[in-house]
Ligand binder design. Structure first.
Ligand code: NAP
Ligand code: G3P
Length: 498
């Protein structure tokens, strides 16, 4: 429970009766929405009320952005080692909140306890790595004499400078890690931040405000705006005070942002339909284990989940039998009991998954296991003989359902993989590394995993989607680069100094 700590009441939350009410960090103060309107956050696990967050208004947004703009001027000129120290300090402070944040994640997004703890620990590592990476990023010096007509008296000194005010918007499935994956690189790069967490995930994310406040982030450098994306989102993304948008979420919203945001840099990490291509010579046991973990971790609510299996028909019977055996080991239950399959984030999400399941059945797919639902619980479901006329072959379920499509050749597998509107990741299972590379080079995706499930980590690797899966590249150094720009200062020496 939230209690007084030392000489300071835990500033970002207070009790109203039995209810925890969360305030927002803005210009170094913990504030409530202008109209004192709030949003109740219920747990998808048991519909219990977890707390209330602020439903902020356009005036709240205007004020936050005005403060961010002003604060960024001095923040940009703070020595990089001092900015990095604040990120390191925030990481150390987060250590003391691991259990508390994990328990909120369990309630707020139904993430299993061990996965929740892992998300917070990964975020701590992310912040330390970001701080150290930033201190080692440098510009370059270029002389004119490489180009005809110029000589060494013309020198370009190229530095990287912050973009200004970054709007960081994160999704429900990693409300701590995928928030920090934007906020930390933005801050260390000298930007100020307007941070819009997912509504279902806002309470977990609010801890970041408390942690950075305790770490000494200057007033106005980090400001949190809560409220439904459908209500306040468009005002945020079209606001003239925003210099860059770093968004992770659905393709639908990402494409909307791309249309509405105007001429500012965007970093968009969107949906996926990652395919596992399985060749005859793979290690079938390892492959089955990887595919099942990749498809059903966090009940399939990961952009990088394995969302279709394209298997050579010669080995398909063996592979699906091993996959089903692995699926049977998965425990369906409560996140606090560390079940593998926990309730989906909402009734709407579960309804959509069920729709795809029903469509596959109606069109003749062979149900191997699953298709059982109790409220937001959907049992892990695998279909064989999925064909291209089925929605499940192409749509992103963001839930525990996996289609197996049998193919006759590698060319057919590559063709089906590339027909997807998405292009996040893909994975290839084979013992022949030459074949794996040849396939990888033809897949229209951001990343190809060879003999491993699709996944984002480790977090210093480039992480990107192409086509409907995104725009730009995330990953610690890449994110810092995406939220800064080149600044060239050209020195023109007097010829006498040649
Ligand atoms: P979402 O519905 O797109 O929401 C993502 C974020 O955008 C939330 O903070 C949401 O706020 C906000 N938002 C919604 N409408 C907005 C608008 N008009 N303007 C500005 N912000 C707006 O996605 P989600 O349901 O949270 O996450 C699931 C989706 O994200 C899946 O498609 C998944 O594949 C994708 N995803 C991709 C990655 C990746 O790295 N590529 C990672 C995780 C998730 P509210 O919560 O208030 O609606
Ligand atoms: O959907 C979240 C995306 O970033 C996946 O992360 O580490 O589970 O592959 P990860």
């Amino acid at each position: 429970m939230i209690e007084e700590r030392g000489d300071r009441m835990f500033s970002f939350v207070y009790k109203e009766g039995e209810v925890n009410v969360y305030k927002n960090l803005c210009n170094g103060q913990w504030v409530e929405s202008e109209k004192k309107q709030r949003i109740k956050i219920y747990s998808p696990v048991d519909d219990s009320l977890i707390g209330e967050i602020q439903a902020q208004t356009k005036n709240d947004v205007d004020y936050a952005i005005e403060c961010a703009k002003e604060a960024q001027k001095s923040w940009a000129f703070m020595p990089i080692r001092d900015r990095a120290d604040i990120i390191h300090k925030a990481a150390r402070i987060m250590e003391k909140y691991i259990e508390e944040i994990a328990n909120i994640l369990v309630k707020e997004i139904a993430k299993s306890k061990s996965s929740a703890i892992s998300e917070v620990k990964r975020t701590i590592d992310f912040m330390h790595f970001t701080a150290e990476t930033a201190k080692r990023m440098t510009g370059e010096t270029i002389y004119g004499d490489a180009f005809p007509g110029f000589d060494k008296t013309k020198i370009s000194i190229v530095d990287r400078v912050p973009l200004g005010v970054i709007l960081c918007i994160s999704p429900f499935n990693y409300p701590v890690n995928l928030s920090v994956s934007k906020v930390a690189p933005a801050l260390v790069g000298g930007n100020s931040v307007i941070f819009k967490p997912p509504t279902q995930g806002s309470i977990s994310a609010m801890y970041l405000g408390q942690i950075f406040d305790e770490a000494g982030i200057p007033p106005g450098v980090l400001n949190i705006i809560t409220g439904k994306g459908s209500e306040i989102g468009d005002y945020l993304i079209t606001h003239p005070g925003i210099d860059m948008i770093n968004f992770t979420g659905s393709t639908e919203v990402g494409q909307h942002i791309a249309k509405e945001a105007g001429m500012i840099p965007l970093l968009l990490e969107l949906g996926g339909k990652d395919a596992a291509i399985v060749l005859e010579d793979c290690d079938l046991d390892e492959t089955a284990q990887n595919i099942v973990k990749g498809a059903f971790n966090y009940s399939g609510q990961r952009c990088t989940a394995v969302k279709r299996v394209l298997v050579m028909e010669e080995i398909a019977d063996e592979l699906v039998a091993k996959m089903v055996a692995e699926v049977k080991k998965l425990k369906v239950g409560k996140p606090e009991e560390d079940a593998d399959i926990t309730p989906l984030i909402s009734d709407k999400a579960a309804d959509f998954v069920q729709e795809l399941i029903d469509d596959a059945i109606n069109k003749g797919a062979k149900l191997l296991i699953g298709n059982k639902r109790e409220g937001r619980y959907i049992w892990p479901t695998v279909f064989d003989y999925v064909t291209e006329d089925m929605r499940l072959a192409w749509e992103e379920p963001f839930g525990p359902v996996l289609p197996v499509m049998r193919v006759k050749s590698i060319e057919e597998a590559i063709d089906i993989s590339n027909k997807s509107e998405y292009g996040l990741q893909g994975c290839v299972f084979t013992k022949n590394i030459d074949k794996a590379f040849a396939i990888a080079q033809k897949l229209e995706v951001g990343t190809v995993q060879i003999n491993n499930k699709t996944e984002r980590g480790p977090d210093h690797f480039p992480f990107l989607g192409v086509k409907a899966s995104g725009l730009g590249t995330q990953g610690i150094r890449y994110s810092i680069e995406a939220m800064t720009r080149s600044k060239a200062i050209v020195i023109n020496l007097d010829n006498d100094y040649k």
